[in-house]
Design a protein around this ligand. Structure first.
Ligand SMILES: CC(C)[C@H](C(=O)O)[C@@H](O)C(=O)O
Ligand code: SF4
Length: 480
């Protein structure tokens, strides 16, 4: 048989029907649902008199609109409340499993799917959310869909799709101390640009990717969409299998005790999962190679994730750019960001810090940030108006608290919040005021993303914590 990429294998395994023009109908194994992109889908289903095809394939949670402060009084904002209430009502009515706002398993959809074992190797995973690419870290074919497709998946458990091309991003070598998964993915986007992956599914491979934990691989795949690719992938290995073992939705977990029990289903699943890697000699349409040893701590300076530099670089000077289009993009970004050309990245001072989002709100991110807070010591820098730590789920929060991380943050003056998307996109009360500058562990830095007029610098959890403690960006390699 011809050698296939991991993407080829996942695709072949899920095709229900193919048309001569390449359009295929794919079977969908897991459908994750959140409150923003599902209301019209449920309504459409209802109007057409259709039922949900396979209830157990769906898992729902509210994340974008939930408050991250005390929830006992409900949601104050009427628009947010309506969205969350609507999801609750829809799930109750049709019988979809949902983790409601006060359930300790509630959290950001891309954090809870993997955490519950609802995302497993070999699956097709979709959600009405572009960062569904996150789940590709498990060797699952995962991507975002639009609201009409949400309705289609609810009704039929299938999706009409066209196959993308194969792009291999190979990151070889050892990452310098102080650098992590976020620096890898920002460096990749800096290299290939936000359109570099358009039309492709990206497989991330190489020794530096293999060396990452599942949390780190999720951070990398999360931002595949920021590189233009709808889906990112990492091949299955022991790290993957050890992570999914014993999770609530994973085969082999005893539903009564919640403990790993093993058995035939587990053995068969593992045997299949071990085939989920690219065959030697398989063809990629494009290959990008990156030397991990050359990666430095990354900070975005502009209004697109590709406008990224390293901590020891300087803000670009538009006068040095010969290409007219690029020059005006730099000028516009610098104006919006209120940055002088040639300013040292380490001289940029911030007003707020946000540690959270589906990119960086898992337990390792919390640990990484807390370690820097401890190492620097003392309290938040004087110029910091607000520093938020928003765990990705109630279970991440509980784990962090069991490790005393919340105390480390609180003692330094950070606010320790309830799980949700929060200041990643400011659909709830957590936002930047016009002109405020933020060190953020999220994935998008578009104009107004964190609040109208707000200025976002995308960074790793370590860099965000360092910025909170010192007031500006610092070379976290010196803290490692
Ligand atoms: C609200 C949702 C549709 C959106 C997305 O698809 O990504 C959001 O999660 C985001 O990060 O901008
Ligand atoms: S955390 Fe941010 S990027 Fe992730 S799903 Fe929520 S809004 Fe989108």
């Amino acid at each position: 048989m011809t050698a296939r990429t991991l993407y080829d294998k996942l695709w072949d395994e899920h095709v229900v029907h193919s048309e001569p023009d390449g359009t295929a109908l794919l079977y969908i194994d897991r459908h994750l649902v959140h409150e923003v992109t599902s209301p019209q889908a449920f309504e459409g289903l209802d109007l057409a008199g259709r039922k949900v095809w396979r209830l157990s394939a769906n898992l729902a949670v509210s994340d974008h609109n939930v408050p991250t402060t005390d929830r006992s009084g409900g949601i104050a904002d009427p628009v947010s409340k309506l969205q969350v209430d609507t999801l609750d009502a829809n799930c109750d009515r049709v019988g979809i499993t949902q983790f409601k706002m006060n359930d300790r398993r509630q959290g950001i959809v891309h954090v809870i799917g993997p955490e519950q074992g609802a995302t497993l190797p070999g699956m097709t995973v979709v959600c009405g959310d572009s960062h569904t690419s996150t789940h590709g870290a498990f060797g699952a074919l995962a991507h975002g869909i639009g609201t009409s497709e949400v309705e289609h998946v609810l009704a039929t458990q299938t999706l009409s799709a066209k196959k993308a091309r194969n792009l291999l991003v190979k990151v070889e070598g050892k990452l310098p101390a102080g650098c992590g998964a976020k620096d890898i993915v920002l460096a990749i986007i800096g290299r290939i640009g936000t359109a570099g992956g358009t039309g492709y599914t990206i497989e991330f491979a190489g020794s530096a990717i293999r060396a990452l934990s599942m949390e780190g691989r999720m951070t990398v795949c999360n931002m595949a969409i920021e590189a233009g690719a709808r889906a990112g992938l990492v091949g299955v290995d022991d790290t993957t299998i050890n992570y999914v073992k014993g999770r609530p939705f994973t085969p082999g977990t005893d539903p009564r005790t919640g403990q790993f029990a093993g058995g035939v289903e587990w053995e068969q699943a593992v045997a299949y999962w071990r085939t989920l890697h690219t065959d030697p000699g398989a063809h990629f349409d494009k290959v990008v190679e990156i030397d991990a040893a050359q990666i430095r701590p990354q900070v975005t300076w502009g209004t697109s994730p590709e406008m990224v530099l390293a901590i020891d670089d300087r803000v670009p000077d538009p006068d040095k750019e010969r290409d007219d289009v690029k020059r005006s993009a730099i000028e516009r970004a610098l104006t919006y960001m209120a940055l002088e050309p040639n300013k040292a990245i380490s001289d940029i001072h911030v007003d707020k810090v946000f540690i959270g989002s589906c990119t960086n709100s898992r337990i390792e991110d919390m640990r990484e940030a807390a370690a820097v807070v401890k190492r620097v010591g003392g309290r938040l820098a004087k110029n910091i108006k607000l520093a938020l730590v928003v765990p990705g789920s109630g279970l991440v929060k509980a784990q962090a608290e069991a490790e005393g991380l919340d105390q480390v943050f609180k003692a330094a003056g950070f606010e320790w919040r309830e799980p949700g998307c929060s200041m990643c996109l400011a659909m709830n009360a957590d936002r930047l005021e016009p002109g405020e500058r933020c060190a953020s562990t999220s994935n998008r830095n578009f104009e107004g993303r964190q609040g109208a007029g707000g200025r976002t610098h995308l960074v790793s959890p370590a860099m965000a914590a360092a910025a909170a403690m010192t007031g500006h960006f610092v070379d976290v390699r010196t803290l490692a």
